[in-house]
Design a protein around this ligand. Structure first.
Ligand code: PEP
Ligand code: MG
Length: 314
């Protein structure tokens, strides 16, 4: 396995020995989608729909939502796109979904929790997503943010199916969802790990606070062990488990994630080529060795060093 360079990637996400791993992009606006397509992303692993509405104070009409989503899906006709339903609250407040003031917004009514008593907002968004899917021909899946239990996942899947959309998934970004990954998988078609929030909630460390940034390092062995639980459950259930947090953008960590059983990686467009090239120059066995070494490490620095040494062994 050699070091990744941009020049080596042929545009198909796969390990050197041919295991397919989708190399996808995170997007929030039409310009991001264009950049992702130009960077060679095979699709979109996370469309942050709330980014369309950060400065909007009333709920957008279904037709307007449909047009906004179609503008992002447009470059991906025939390709996989995972659309995330509105992730409002905490670090991403939306005026039209504002909650009563809460002492701890990151632990409050945010993400899918907003939809439990604003069901109409979710159903109208799902209608708009279904319309944009039909209009663009993108291969759309829908997922919910901030799901904590398998019960919540089942509730969301029912609403997605009722809207006529065929594939429903949830983000795993709360430790309780990772710990019950088997049951969550039984309720959905796929999951995607949000490592930014999963780290925040695992380490009780605000993701926006520089003073605790070291705890939010995606190489933290405790975070890797939670990801491993999800990877094992994915293998057992035969369902996809992606990663769409910042962890997926690091070429060496991407190999570790594949070794942990992750089936697709979604990142900023600027990292697509390096991650694709990194995977293409590593076998599954390289990835698994890197994963075992990182899991056994005592610190993020040790995990990085151990994974690097293990990944280079032929
Ligand atoms: C995450 O939490 O890792 C994630 C991908 O979602 P966001 O960064 O939008 O919260
Ligand atoms: Mg998140």
């Amino acid at each position: 396995a050699s070091e990744a360079t941009g020049a080596e990637w042929d545009g198909t996400g796969a390990t050197e020995d041919g295991r397919r791993v989708g190399v996808l992009a995170n997007v929030g606006a039409p310009a991001d989608a264009q950049a992702a397509a130009e960077a060679g992303a095979e699709g979109v692993g996370l469309f942050r729909t709330e980014f369309c509405y950060l400065d909007v104070d009333t709920e957008p009409a279904v037709a307007d939502q449909r047009a906004a989503y179609a503008a992002v899906l447009g470059p991906f006709a025939g390709k996989p796109v995972i659309v995330r339903t509105l992730d409002a609250g905490a670090d991403k407040p939306l005026e039209f979904l504002a909650q009563e003031p809460e002492p701890n917004p990151a632990l409050g009514v945010r993400g899918v929790r907003v939809a439990f008593d604003r069901t109409g907002v979710l159903d109208r968004q799902l209608d708009a997503i279904a319309g944009a899917t039909e209009q663009t021909g993108a291969d759309v899946s829908v997922m919910a943010p901030m799901v904590a239990t398998a019960e919540e996942a089942a509730w969301f899947t029912d609403r997605v199916r009722a809207a006529g959309l065929s594939r429903a998934g949830v983000m795993i970004e709360v430790p309780s969802a990772a710990l019950t990954a088997r049951e969550v998988f039984d309720a959905v078609d796929f999951v995607s790990l949000g490592t930014n929030d999963l780290a925040q909630y695992t380490f009780a460390a605000d993701r926006q606070l520089g003073a605790v940034a070291a705890l939010n390092d995606p190489w933290q062995p405790a975070l890797l062990r939670l990801i491993a639980l999800v990877g094992e459950a994915a293998r057992e259930k035969g369902k996809p488990a992606g990663v769409c947090g910042e962890a997926a953008a690091d070429p060496l960590l991407a190999r570790v994630l594949v070794g942990l059983g992750i089936t697709s990686l979604s990142m900023n467009a600027g990292s697509v080529r390096a991650v694709g090239a990194g995977l293409a120059s590593a076998t599954v066995a390289n990835c698994e060795r890197a994963a075992s070494a990182a899991l056994a490490a005592a610190s993020p620095a040790d995990a990085r060093a151990a994974a690097r040494a293990a990944a280079e062994l032929a």
